[in-house]
Each structure stands twice: as C-alpha cells, then as structure tokens.
Ligand binder design. Structure first.
Ligand code: UDP
Ligand code: MG
Length: 324
C-alpha cells in the first residue's frame, strides 16, 4: 500500500489541568519523533481545564502549525475528550496518547513500522506497572480478567491502555459508533481488524498528578463492564432457577415430614433466614436492572458525547477555507 510510505499521523491528546505538561510534551515529541516531524498533526483536546492549559496550548499554536486545539465547553471526561479528538484527526493513522508522557513517544516508531507491515491497530501493552500502586495493579488485573470472562463479543488485551496506533479505517468505524457511554478501550477492541501488541514499560507521570482517584476508576470499570455485557442481567435467571429447584426439594421434605411426623411448628429462625436471604437477592437483582435502566435512560436521551466550544490552529483555518 503506497499510502503507508507517504502518510500523516495524528496524535490525539486529551488534557485536563495539564498546564505544566504541554510544553514538555511538545519538546519530547520534537526530540523523539524528529524523523516523523513533518508528518505529524497534534490534536490537543482541552477537556474543560480550570488552569492555564488552554492558554498554554494557544501559545504553542502561534509557533507550531501542526498543533490543533479542540476546546470543549466543560469537563466531559477523558473518554469523551478522546472521542472529540478522533473527529478532528486528519491523519492516515491516529494515535491517542496522554499528555503526561506516560505513553512513551519513542514507541511510536515501532507502532508505525508494524502498521506499515500491514497491521491496522498496534497497541501498547504495559509490561511493568511499577509506576502504579500495588492496589491499582491488582484491581486493574482483576478487571481485565472479569471483563473478558463476561464479555462474549469483545476481548480487551490485558494491560493494554488507550495508547495505540489505529489505521484510518479503524478510526472511521469508531467514529460511527453512536453510544454515549464511551469505554474507549472496549470500543477500540470491538472494532477488531488486524491487531498486534507491543510491550513497553510505563513510566511515572512527568508532571502534575493523576486525574483518576479510586472512586472514578471504580465507576469507569462499571461503565466498561455494563456496556459490554448483559451477563449480570441474565445470571439472575440461573440463580432464580437454582433457588426454585432447592426450594422445591425443601418443600417435598417439609410435606413428607408433616405427613409422617405431624406438625412441628417452631420455625422462626429458618423462616427469617429464608426471608432475609431472598430479600437481599431480590434487591441485588433489582439493583442490576436499575444499572441497565439508568444506562438506557442516558442513551435514549441522545445528548451529544461532548460539546465543542471552539477549534483553534491552522487546521481550523484550513477547514474554514474549505467550507467557504
Ligand atoms: N484527562 C482528561 N479529562 C479528564 C481526566 C483526564 O482529558 O477528565 C486526560 C489527562 O489530562 C491525561 C489523560 O487523560 O492526558 C490521562 O489522565 P491521567 O494521567 O490523570 O490518568 P492515569 O495515567 O493516572 O490513569
Ligand atoms: Mg497518566
């Protein structure tokens, strides 16, 4: 494919309160991707930052025509910000990456090489997560295993993040997905195509601090889990069937006992156990239905995934001219 030797690359970089990281990011890109320099488009998505992120990016734009700023109207979250970036990525291949340099730019050479060999998606696989806390490593590992166990249609490679190179045709598929709940790792994997992983060591954050606390991560995991599996809904049929069968057997036991040994009335403890146990199970199952109902509610409202305040940089001006 000749396009793969005369190609452009878009970096899609969501940024939320990252004023310290933007310039370092650009400097590192210039240093480590010098040979690709002319082929790059850098799409920063300012995800409603409350610090000077926007101003810093605008300063960069005045010096560097490769940079585009997609400025969102408020903080929509990383997944939405990435989605917004994909819509403004022009390259033949698109690379979502974090601005904090935890996704090492040098790896992109390897991504491009494999892409030129014919892979449509080349994703980074974190071999050691020493930069993460032990707690995060354990919970992340558990999440990937559980996700892949219950998700029948989509398997996400363990320890792969959003850092990856995607061919234009994969990006076009992702752009067409209508859902509001955008668990990007899952969506990327859902698209399929010819994929390969590249191992790398994930360094610690270059500056600033993580935007994800455990509560956010927990909810993020739930989003991924519930949007890729209906197993939690269906499992109740099996649990119900199991409980009904046991109850039926127990009923036969009780009837037999009454017929042969007469009525034996004390039964407060066993009754309480059964009532409390079944009550608890019913509440859990209603909670699961609520989980899906709430998500369906959010989907049917059909609100956009993100709102763009404005687009800045050479790309935006070209776009204007094209339309005029
Ligand atoms: N991010 C974002 N919106 C948010 C939270 C994070 O755009 O609401 C960006 C952030 O600026 C960074 C990337 O997502 O470029 C990853 O965030 P972070 O490094 O905090 O996550 P971690 O690496 O700790 O998982
Ligand atoms: Mg990070």
């Amino acid at each position: 494919m000749e396009k793969k030797h005369d190609f452009t690359l878009s970096l899609v970089v969501p940024a939320y309160n990252e004023e310290e990281s933007i310039q370092t990011f650009i400097d590192t890109i210039d240093k480590e991707l010098a040979t690709l320099s002319d082929r790059l488009q850098i799409v920063f998505v300012n995800d409603g930052s409350r610090d000077r992120t926007r101003q810093v990016i605008e300063e960069v734009i005045t010096r560097d025509p490769r940079v585009t700023l997609v400025n969102l109207a408020r903080n929509f979250g990383k997944e939405a910000a990435m989605t917004a970036g994909l819509f403004h990525a022009r390259g033949d291949a698109v690379i979502p990456m974090d601005v904090d340099l935890q996704d090492p730019p040098a790896l992109i050479h390897e991504f491009v090489r494999l892409w030129q060999e014919g892979y449509d998606t080349v994703y980074g696989v974190r071999t050691d997560r020493n930069a993460d806390t032990a707690m995060k490593r354990v919970t992340a590992g558990g999440f990937y295993r559980l996700f892949n166990a219950v998700s029948t249609t989509t398997k996400i490679p363990e320890n792969a993040g959003d850092f990856r190179l995607m061919d234009r045709r994969v990006v076009e598929v992702i752009k067409q997905l209508p859902e509001r709940n955008r668990f990007m790792k899952g969506l990327f994997a859902w698209a399929g195509f010819n994929s390969i992983g590249v191992p790398y060591e994930r360094p610690a954050r270059a500056a600033g601090e993580t935007k994800f606390n455990y509560w956010k991560l927990w909810n993020f995991a739930l989003d991924g889990f519930f949007s890729f599996s209906s197993w939690p809904l269906r499992v109740w049929s099996y649990i119900g069937a199991g409980v009904a069968l046991l109850s039926f057997i127990y009923m036969l036991v009780i009837i037999t006992k009454v017929l042969f040994f007469g009525i034996d009335s004390p039964g407060y403890a066993s009754l309480m156990c059964v009532i409390l146990f079944l009550g608890g199970m019913q509440l859990i199952s209603i909670g699961v239905i609520g989980e899906y109902l709430g998500r369906m509610f959010l989907e049917v409202k059909q609100r956009p995934v993100f709102v763009v305040e404005g687009i800045y940089g050479q790309y935006a001006r070209d776009d204007q001219q094209e339309k005029a």
